[in-house]
Design a protein around this ligand. Structure first.
Ligand SMILES: Cc1ncc(COP(=O)(O)O)c(C=O)c1O
Length: 393
């Protein structure tokens, strides 16, 4: 029997990370010592306090029952306190917070709450894949806003035609950016909020790398812009800040109507986040170990410096990214992104992600995730050098 997948599945571009997993498995089977900088999969573990909170909460049988759909009140209070302390934004714990099973889950499902066939979502590219895939799965169309290094990877909103703005239902921004490492300016956020208010577009801000910023330049929350709460929902995660990617814990805050719609979708899909994980996340957001996040940031910053300096010693001329976990760099002449990624894996065992994973405008680039210790990043650079990989303009 032949099973025909739905149009929504058939419309999706190939998931490059799944493809990468296959190639990695083949190399490993051959005994290769891989240095895996492919996925943005944090390797710095959470502090002991968070693990202890999880273990302690397992002892209570109540915590093993179905959680509440929208999140435990204590969790949502902790989120509200965290948002106030970290980003100076006020969110009402009861109406303006929803608990997610990782922020990717929330971002993709959010599209199902608002997108009808024919609706557009404005997505700067290159982009984290879920930013356009959610819209495709929900039957809408991503509308690409090209971004370039020259303009700080911020899209030019003035270039959006009035007919496009009229058809657009949502816009997704995300800074610090995966994959480019770019951060936004306050002025750009003000412009984005004004644009979305004028054209009645939902503004989604994916703030996954809120705490992964460098050189002391702390990014602001979109919700700190006056008037943003009229149009904006902001997605957060414990995955990157607290090294908890496997725990699947995230939350969204912002406009209550948008939060309510996401909650409505989720009541039809899942039973909320495991209570023990919520308890551990409360411990994360109220950590006694005050300098934990500073240490995480300093670790990634040091890795960034080693890796970028290393590439630059091989002919690249890359500026250091200002945030996120990634270094985004052009492939040498004579390669496309996929070919370069494959050759590098085959000849050195170093795994990058081809830039095309982040949309067609990622062609000509690759992304390295800084998820290996310093000595492994040094080793990656020396393997590239030994194999003769250099940037040639
Ligand atoms: C920009 C961005 N948003 C969201 C996510 C997903 O994070 P989570 O683990 O909360 O689903 C990622 C993961 O890499 C990301 O890069």
């Amino acid at each position: 029997m032949k099973f025909t997948q739905s149009d929504r599945l058939l419309k999706l571009p190939i998931y490059v990370f799944a493809q990468l997993d296959k190639i990695k498995a083949e190399q490993q089977a051959k005994g290769a010592d891989l240095i895996d900088l492919g996925m943005g999969n944090p390797d710095i573990p959470p502090p002991a306090e968070i693990n202890k909170a999880l273990i302690d909460s397992l002892a209570n049988p109540e915590n093993h029952r179905y959680p509440s759909f929208e999140g435990a009140p204590e969790f949502k209070n902790a989120v509200s306190g965290w948002c106030k302390r970290q980003y100076n934004i006020s969110v009402d714990a009861e109406h303006e917070v929803v608990t997610l099973i990782g922020s990717k889950e929330g971002i993709v499902h959010f599209a199902f709450a608002f997108i009808n066939p024919g609706d557009l979502t404005l997505v700067p590219m290159p982009a984290y894949p879920a930013h356009f895939r959610g819209t495709i799965l929900a039957g809408g169309e991503p509308y690409v806003l090209p971004t370039t290094e020259q303009h700080g990877y911020l899209p030019d909103l003035k270039n959006i035609a009035p007919e496009t703005a009229k058809r657009a239902k949502m816009m997704i921004l995300s800074y610090p950016s995966n994959p480019t490492g770019a951060v936004s300016t306050r002025e750009f956020y003000e412009e984005a909020v004004a644009f979305c208010r004028k054209h009645e577009i939902i503004l989604i801000h994916d703030f996954a790398y809120a705490e992964i910023y460098f050189d002391g330049n702390k990014p602001i929350s979109m919700l700190s812009i006056p008037g943003a709460k009229d149009v904006c929902i902001e997605f957060h995660t414990t995955s990157k800040t607290f090294g908890m990617p496997g725990w699947r814990c995230g939350f969204a805050v912002g406009n209550r109507e948008l939060i309510e719609a996401l909650r409505k979708i989720k009541t039809n899909l899942d039973y909320g986040l495991f209570t023990a994980v919520q308890k551990a996340a409360i411990a994360a957001m109220t950590l006694d170990e005050k300098d934990y996040i500073d240490r995480v940031r300093a670790t990634y910053q040091k890795r960034r410096d080693i890796f970028v300096d290393g590439l630059n010693s091989l002919g690249w001329q890359i500026k250091k990214p200002k945030g996120s976990l990634y270094v985004w760099f052009p492939v040498p002449k004579g390669y496309d992104s996929t070919e370069f990624t494959m050759q590098v894996i085959a000849k050195t065992g170093v795994v990058f992600s081809a830039g095309t994973a982040f949309g067609e405008l990622g062609e000509g680039f690759v992304r390295a995730a800084l998820v290996a210790p310093e000595n492994r990043l040094e080793e990656a650079i020396s393997r590239l050098k030994k194999a003769g990989f250099r940037y040639n303009g």
